[in-house]
Design a binder for this molecule. Sequence first.
Ligand SMILES: NC(=O)c1ccc[n+]([C@@H]2O[C@H](COP(=O)([O-])OP(=O)(O)OC[C@H]3O[C@@H](n4cnc5c(N)ncnc54)[C@H](OP(=O)(O)O)[C@@H]3O)[C@@H](O)[C@H]2O)c1
Length: 282
Amino acid sequence: MESISLSNGKNIPKVMLGSFQMNKESDMEAVVEEAISKGVYGFDTSPSYKTEESLARAVHKALSKHTDVKREDLFIGSKIDSWMMMEGKGDIRKYVEDVLERTKLSYLDLLLIHWPQPEYLVQTYLCMEKLYEEGMVKSIGVCNLKVRHFNKLIEGGATITPHVAQNEIHPFNTEEELVSYCKEKNIVVQAYSPLCRMIPEIKNDATLNILAIKYGVSVAQLMLRFHTQRGLVPIVKTSSPKRVSENTDIFNFTIEEDDMKTISLLDRHFKMFLESRCCPGY
Ligand SMILES: NC(=O)c1ccc[n+]([C@@H]2O[C@H](COP(=O)([O-])OP(=O)(O)OC[C@H]3O[C@@H](n4cnc5c(N)ncnc54)[C@H](OP(=O)(O)O)[C@@H]3O)[C@@H](O)[C@H]2O)c1
């Protein structure tokens, strides 16, 4: 699969696979095996998903089978969860050392702050900058930030612009302001929940269904192509190897400009992850 360049020159695949609620080890193995055999090399995990180790085991297994694919060909991202930020008071080095030891991955391609916990957002990011400079993580970034949080990082003395911003983005929540800000700052945006989890409102949406028929693709493929044409990297989760192919076979059609606009008009600021104590947004 083709990739996009991050501001530090590293490459990130145009579509990545998520692992939230990928609870069965057998599903993980089957999905990762299918992905690697199809040239899909980007994977997203997090301590809170409890999939860091099962993903790594599946990756090591697939690499031992596909000897032409190397660890360096893959792009594996994990996160720093809120409890780590709080417990370490922003010093999150030991958690990164721990995940590298548990997963035997040598390094992470991407380390993200999962939620902008206000008390330790800046300290955590400054610690991540050090780990990046030491090569323990190849790129760094943030999730669920608004523009004001980026300003907080700058005011707090951050010297490296995040390479990646990961946010909930789908046709019902297009995040125009954030995407424009990131484009201007050369930050690659990853769209999480890119299918809006296929809730009935999106699955049955008339506009999406009419356009999917027009392009001869599934509603899921239409949404994923919508993201990539905006220059975003969708992180899509499936437990089905068959859907790995469906969700990544999206580069043989182009959504016309007018249709891109029509899809953008579905935006209604609908989010599944509402701001709360667990999902701080202040
Ligand atoms: N940074 C953050 O705060 C954050 C928050 C949430 C998620 N994420 C990341 O983003 C990833 C994706 O988000 P998500 O899991 O919330 O939602 P999603 O990828 O939008 O949707 C996943 C759901 O869609 C179904 N699905 C997948 N492909 C399909 C297809 N082609 N046709 C029909 N249904 C399909 C899946 O079912 P099957 O499994 O049965 O295929 C699953 O129920 C997560 O796994 C995680 O890695 C990050």
